[in-house]
Design a protein around this ligand. Structure first.
Ligand SMILES: [Zn+2]
Length: 129
């Protein structure tokens, strides 16, 4: 997982800007992001694809199976809970859920990259890089 995706997973509200590797057009990450459901028998898996609004260039970003998305929703709830309370107990819970989500996410990428033969060579770069 590259830095942009990592930051996005940690903070879905962050306005991370990325550049198209083809035409260099720069937009917020969410402008590029499309989520599509995989074909059977993997219909519970959603693929995140980055599609350039200027030139239409598409690259694979991530796979999100149902269980990983569930852990992500728990993580988002605990981020919100901790940001409201700032209590150590809520911070611990947030940390625990961050680790669970990360482990599940990383395992899903390994599994589905192997199944779908996704290339990991091409990555979206941040404008400064
Ligand atoms: Zn482009």
């Amino acid at each position: 997982m590259n830095r942009t995706k990592m930051e996005f997973a940690k903070n879905p509200d962050a306005k991370v800007r990325v550049s198209c590797t083809q035409c260099k057009a720069t937009y917020p990450f969410e402008v590029f992001l499309r989520e599509v459901r995989m074909a059977a028998p993997y219909e519970t898996v959603v693929e995140g694809i980055l599609v350039c609004p200027d030139c239409g260039h598409r690259i694979h970003s991530y796979y999100m199976p149902e269980n990983t998305r569930f852990l992500q929703s728990l993580l988002e709830k605990s981020i919100k809970k901790w940001s409201d309370s700032r209590s150590p107990a809520d911070y611990q819970e947030y940390n625990k859920r961050q680790r669970s989500f990360q482990t599940s996410f990383d395992a899903a990428q390994r599994k589905f990259n192997a199944i779908f033969g996704t290339s990991k060579k091409e990555k979206v770069r941040e404008p400064s890089q």
